[in-house]
Design a protein around this ligand. Structure first.
Ligand SMILES: *Cc1c(COP(=O)(O)O)cnc(C)c1O
Length: 386
């Protein structure tokens, strides 16, 4: 493929190795440690595609190569979770004595990692306002090695001006990392906007069926060697079964995302006009403060959004959450099923202003009108208990 195809086409075609597998459409699951060589020359030769299980199998290469092509990157590595992708990417660029600029809107466990483990390794973290754009310049120190973005942010959905941040970071010689789990490369290609390492929790939309934990990191040309070296050195690897499931999800990723988007738009429009709702946090809505940036850089919006409710007592809120037919109460998202949770998060750089409780919803692949009826019944329970 020459990289000019649309994501729908890349998702279907990329990473296939039929010729090497008797014509089978899908690369089979490789469960292997040892690779046998026919002779000593082969055992000692460099440049063989497969030499030892931990260093890659057709299962891992098929999956990684599909993500490489979707992201438009030079090298993708597969890891056992999204959080593992985040920590691996940060460790690949930061060393003891370095400083990292982290968005205040980052995924909660990313903050925990920075505050605990990264600190123990003598890397200092400064949290910045996700809306800072080029103003991030003032936060750089001589030892600032990386800027980490997440757009839209976890739970609060602020859009970031990624090209403006990347331009400043590169002028200071720092690397730019971005958690792209919400959009996936189908809706946003970070490397085209100045990002050096694009991070995905494949547990969400790539897998898409709530049945696999996986993460990926994709590097541009300038960061491929660094990423490969750290990955190889630390022995991180994703087994064949998980690679197979993740790649099977990728085949239908664009078409599922379109449906998640369609339903999320229906639900958010309905919620916006509901009496119990203060505002909806979803950059695809024209009323969203991040809408202009979203429209400029993104090709679509996925199924995850936030809702600020009017102030409501604990009893009424509990009645709202207890009793949904279709919205499951549970962490993660990006599977075929709808989910709902109360949003709890910490902020240190910029206070998030809200009068009532914040909740997070994932629009699954159920019929959108059935989902709306489910939410409507929830609001009725809430009212009855107030
Ligand atoms: C879920 C999530 C992660 C972590 O992914 P896991 O596969 O659960 O480790 C990272 N970033 C974002 C934005 C997430 O929502």
């Amino acid at each position: 493929m020459d990289g000019k195809e649309k994501p729908e086409t890349i998702a279907v075609s990329a990473g296939r190795m039929s010729a090497e597998h008797f014509g089978a459409v899908n690369t089979p699951v490789y469960r292997t440690s040892t690779i046998l060589h026919p002779n000593l020359e082969s055992l000692k030769s460099e440049g063989l595609p497969y030499k030892y299980g931990r260093r890659g199998t057709p299962s891992s290469r098929s999956f990684e190569s599909a993500i490489e092509q979707l992201e438009g990157g030079a090298r993708t590595v597969a890891v056992p979770s999204g959080l593992s992708a985040i920590t691996t990417a940060i460790f690949a660029v930061c060393s003891a004595g370095d400083h990292i600029l982290m968005t205040d809107s980052c995924y909660g466990p990313t903050r925990h990692f920075c505050d605990k483990t990264l600190k123990r390794f003598s890397v200092e973290t400064t949290y910045y306002d996700p809306l800072i754009a080029g103003g991030i310049d003032a936060l750089f120190r001589p030892n600032t090695r990386a800027v980490y973005c997440e757009s839209p942010g976890s739970l609060t959905f602020e859009m970031q001006d990624v090209p403006a941040i990347a331009a400043v970071a590169h002028a200071h010689g720092a690397s730019v990392l971005l958690d792209n789990t919400w959009a996936t490369p189908v809706f946003f290609r970070p490397l085209d906007y100045g990002v050096d390492l694009s991070i995905l929790s494949g547990t969400k939309y790539l897998g898409g069926h709530a049945d696999v934990m996986v993460g990926t990191i994709t590097a541009n040309e300038s960061h491929a060697a660094r990423l490969s070296a750290f990955y190889g050195d630390t022995g991180i690897f994703l087994g064949g079964d998980d690679c197979f499931l993740a790649l099977r999800g990728v085949r239908t990723l664009p078409i599922r995302l379109k449906r998640h988007q369609e339903s999320a738009l229906k639900l958010t429009h309905w919620l916006q006009s509901h009496a119990e709702v203060v505002r909806v946090l979803y950059p695809a809505l024209e009323s969203d403060p991040g809408h202009a940036l979203w429209k400029r850089d993104f090709l679509g919006s996925s199924g995850l959004f936030g809702v600020e409710l009017r102030p409501v007592g604990d009893k009424a809120l509990t009645a709202f959450f207890n009793g949904f037919r279709h919205f499951g109460l549970g962490y993660s998202w990006g599977g075929y099923e709808s989910l709902i949770i109360p949003a709890e998060f910490k902020r240190t750089a910029r206070k998030f202003e809200a009068t009532g409780p914040l909740i997070r919803l994932h629009a699954g692949l159920e019929d959108a009108d059935d989902l709306i009826a489910d939410l409507d019944a929830g609001f009725a329970r809430m009212k009855a208990a107030s």
